[in-house]
Design a protein around this ligand. Sequence first.
Ligand SMILES: C[S@@+](CC[C@H](N)C(=O)[O-])C[C@H]1O[C@@H](n2cnc3c(N)ncnc32)[C@H](O)[C@@H]1O
Length: 356
Amino acid sequence: MAETTRILHTTLIPSFLQKPSPPLKTTHFHSQTILRRNPIRCSISTSSDTTKSTTTDHLQIPWGCDVDSLENASALQKWLSESGLPPQKMGIERVDIGERGLVALKNIRKGEKLLFVPPSLFITADSEWSFPEAGEVLKRYNVPDWPLLATYLISEASLMKNSRWSNYISALPRQPYSLLYWTRSELDRYLEASQIRQRAIERINDVTGTYDDLRLKIFSKYPHLFPEEVFNMESFKWSFGILFSRLVRLPSMDGRVALVPWANMLNHSCEVETFLDYDKSSQGVVFTTDRPYQPGEQVFISYGKKSNGELLLSYGFVPGEGTNPRDSVELSLSLRKSDKCYKEKLEALKKYGLST
Ligand SMILES: C[S@@+](CC[C@H](N)C(=O)[O-])C[C@H]1O[C@@H](n2cnc3c(N)ncnc32)[C@H](O)[C@@H]1O
């Protein structure tokens, strides 16, 4: 999966909303006459937990499915094989770790390459828009990959069956596990004394700020392309939640980021060290197993050597207690220049790779 922290800090925070190049001449939108968007509807929350939300109105995303639902899984698998995914040794099933995941249907050897998802099935910043004019506007404003992909996902999702990605989007969770859905009091209560609390607050602020920027500088100028009933804070929370938990960085494609249907169904295990990447020889996204699997066993990849806090921050889960050898906590140490052993302490810190 992509290293979201780095991506956010390099692409989301800088002021990406530069002045656009000369205005678009196109003002007629043929596609819109046949494609209809599905607005996000309001429902009244029945929750009695006052710590949860400051408002009783809860906006519901009309696309996707329940986080543990297999209802759209067979349609997804059928669509993928009709769209060029080769026959697989795994299938989507309910699993103990990660709710849904890929499970071995046959014996899988250690060192075997699996998946082979072709690039035609990737969603990237270059994917074709069902509303090409909307994509052109964002590109004229030089919107970077992450906010562009977040907007693209909402645009396609709102078209429901009319999007070419409808089978993929229908199988995405309606509410991905993500700290973006936690309220401030939940962050304060459950992440008290953890540095992840501050990083979560910053991330929530980044997402909110990105949406506000897009709305102010682009969406409000093109309401016919980006209606507020569809492109709003709730849908952005959803799309960023999907990107944080599913966007893959592909080292062999120059670090390109992509949503890779099917590969997206793999859950993380701290016990494996195999990563997704593009394989030039087979021209698809693969991973190589580093252990054998028997039929019925869940197949895992690694989302990276991350601490429990980092996994929670990006993917919304924490591995079972004591199962993550990479778990760590950050400690802030300070060293005063007036300390009479300042030089020696500094040397010692440097020796162990600790920065000051
Ligand atoms: C790339 S998706 C994997 C497929 C996902 N389980 C699904 O059903 O769509 C990443 C999400 O899966 C879940 N997940 C992955 N690995 C997990 C693990 N080891 N324990 C718990 N949840 C996990 C988390 O919700 C995470 O945000």
